[in-house]
Ligand binder design. Structure first.
Ligand SMILES: Nc1ncnc2c1ncn2[C@@H]1O[C@H](COP(=O)(O)OP(=O)(O)O)[C@@H](O)[C@H]1O
Ligand SMILES: [Mg+2]
Length: 290
């Protein structure tokens, strides 16, 4: 497939360097619905097609980070360079070694082809308490990233399963968001509430967000009312539901454990690669990436 290119919003020779990229947040109040698998593999899809891609891990569980790099590589980088937690303000924006951190220090280059990674840290678990008396805490990432976002065509934010400070910071830099949903009864309830809370947040942040849609993910996992739930989602949300569904397949979990995108798996991965490629193509279309 030909290299993807973003639709330039301003175009022409005098295009400002700080052009705003497409920034996509992966959100749901539920964990285990495939947010991280979708964020990591969509970032890999974009990077492989020639888009300058940044993956930002905003979940203290650091799953996106460890889907790309080893624990050892993360420990070294977190200590020497810092993580997104420093950009949000833990330890007065310094790393464990005490030096003040800037976004360009903290970003790991080329974790996958064409993909840079802003890694996360367990410190984010307490960020809401740490920053409880700080002003403008939901726009810290926006300020920290202001000079680097323009270096990318697409930024993918992997969010924790809540709408607290890390997710608010992701939404404050986002242009779009997507909601992965696992088709089980408990995962599907509350989507309407999530959408209305995000709408309210985007108004409060004065940052209009496009809801790209709902992705039915981890299909096939043993779950209660699975078939009915997928059908109900399509009935309730119609066109908002992605045509491509992501099936539960061993290769997806294996690729994360091996710090690789699904596209680099060689054994028993053809069906998963095909599905994530279809999903990536559908998502790229909805984001007007070409
Ligand atoms: N399509 C899939 N097939 C198989 N395993 C998956 C798939 N998507 C996610 N997983 C695995 O399920 C677990 C939860 O998925 P994850 O993407 O981390 O969900 P979330 O980010 O919503 O919590 C992880 O162990 C992940 O590797
Ligand atoms: Mg996750």
């Amino acid at each position: 497939m030909a290299a993807l290119r973003t639709v330039r919003r301003t175009g022409g020779a005098k295009e400002p360097q700080t052009r705003r990229p497409v920034v996509l947040s992966c959100v749901n109040l539920k964990g285990g619905v495939g947010k991280t698998a979708i964020a990591v593999n969509f970032a890999a899809f974009c990077g492989a097609r020639g888009l300058r891609t940044l993956l930002i891990d905003l979940d203290p569980q650091t799953n996106a980070t460890f889907s790309c790099i080893s624990v050892e590589a993360w420990e070294k980088h977190a200590t020497e360079k810092g993580t997104v937690a420093n950009l949000l303000g833990v330890r007065q924006h310094t790393s464990a070694q005490g030096a003040a951190k800037k976004a360009e220090d903290v970003i790991l280059k080329q974790v996958f082809k064409g993909v840079d990674l802003l890694p996360s840290h367990l410190d984010l678990f307490t960020i809401d308490l740490d920053l409880s008396s700080e002003v403008a805490r939901e726009t810290r990432l926006r300020r920290a990233m202001k000079d680097v976002l323009g270096n990318y065509d697409i930024v993918v934010c992997d969010c924790p399963p809540n709408l607290t400070i890390p997710t608010q910071n992701a939404l404050a830099i986002s242009t779009h968001y997507v909601v992965p949903v696992s088709p089980d009864f408990l995962s599907s309830i509350g989507i309407a509430l999530l959408l209305s809370r995000i709408k309210k947040l985007s108004e409060d942040l004065e940052n209009p967000l496009v809801h790209v849609g709902i992705v039915i993910s981890r299909v096939g996992r043993t779950s209660y009312f699975r078939t009915q739930t997928a059908q109900t989602l399509r009935t309730l949300f119609g066109d908002m539901v992605f045509e491509t569904q992501i099936t539960e397949r061993t290769a997806v979990a294996q690729s994360a454990a091996q710090n690789r995108p699904i596209y680099q798996m060689t054994e028993n991965a053809a069906a998963a690669i095909d599905e994530f490629t279809k999903f990536g193509t559908e998502m790229a279309g909805k984001l007007s990436l070409k």
